[in-house]
Ligand binder design. Sequence first.
Ligand SMILES: NC(=O)c1ccc[n+]([C@@H]2O[C@H](COP(=O)([O-])OP(=O)(O)OC[C@H]3O[C@@H](n4cnc5c(N)ncnc54)[C@H](OP(=O)(O)O)[C@@H]3O)[C@@H](O)[C@H]2O)c1
Length: 256
Amino acid sequence: MDLGASIGKKHVLVTGAASGLGAHFARVLARCGAKVSVGARRRDRLEALVGALRGAGAGGAAAFDLDVADKGSVVSAFEAAEAALGAVDVVINNAGIADGAAAIDTPPEAFDRVIATNLRGVWLVSTVAAQRWRDAKRGGAIVNIASILGFRVSGGTAAYAVSKAGVVQMTQAHALEWARYGIRVNAIAPGYIETDINAGYFETEHGQAMIKRIPMRRLGQPEDLDGALLLLCSDASRWMTGATIPVDGGHLVSTL
Ligand SMILES: NC(=O)c1ccc[n+]([C@@H]2O[C@H](COP(=O)([O-])OP(=O)(O)OC[C@H]3O[C@@H](n4cnc5c(N)ncnc54)[C@H](OP(=O)(O)O)[C@@H]3O)[C@@H](O)[C@H]2O)c1
């Protein structure tokens, strides 16, 4: 199977592509010739990215305003993406925020913000995509960006870990319900990769100690996720659904 060719025929919508992993995923997919739609709240960053994607070989690129916590915004984003580049084939649920507070000191509003983006946002984008694919009688693929914190815990990240555990379970629940429509739902659970979401943390004593506990003894690079990304976005994973793939330098199997 020609992995690159299978991706090159697809229109991939990436949420939270204004920075970090989402922007990287968009660039990787563009290099494979895919049509790439990017959404987030910071439109200026997206417009700059779209210029780079066109230069990198994308079959087409478009940016749109997207707040994954707002259903109206999600529906408008799909309409804008499809008006610009045709039917969406793959959705990458990448938008996410961190909390960074001890559970006992986390105000309910902060908990709600994390859940609204990381969990309810994935639910909204996924259900809007699935309804459109079901009604159009065409299949699709969803790739959720979970986290190793969906499987294990670390101090000061309780709300985030709860939201990502929900994404792992949602991946299975949606996979079960939507296989009948030809919709596959899988996830990547990245380990620690330095981006805006954790900027500064790895310079701290706690952050440095954490890196030493990763069996491969290093942070990830965005490129370390490319294999899992291309697998789950392409037809190479056509008989996979409901899976969450850890890509973490062995962090999930670190010694207790
Ligand atoms: N970096 C890591 O170590 C790591 C590890 C495991 C999992 N992850 C996950 O990977 C994903 C990407 O994170 P990152 O590391 O690349 O961090 P990042 O650079 O902070 O990226 C997060 C992106 O999400 C967007 N976003 C936030 N709230 C949004 C909303 N309501 N609607 C639409 N977009 C929104 C942000 O853009 P705007 O502010 O412009 O909307 C931003 O581009 C997240 O789901 C994160 O939990 C990261």
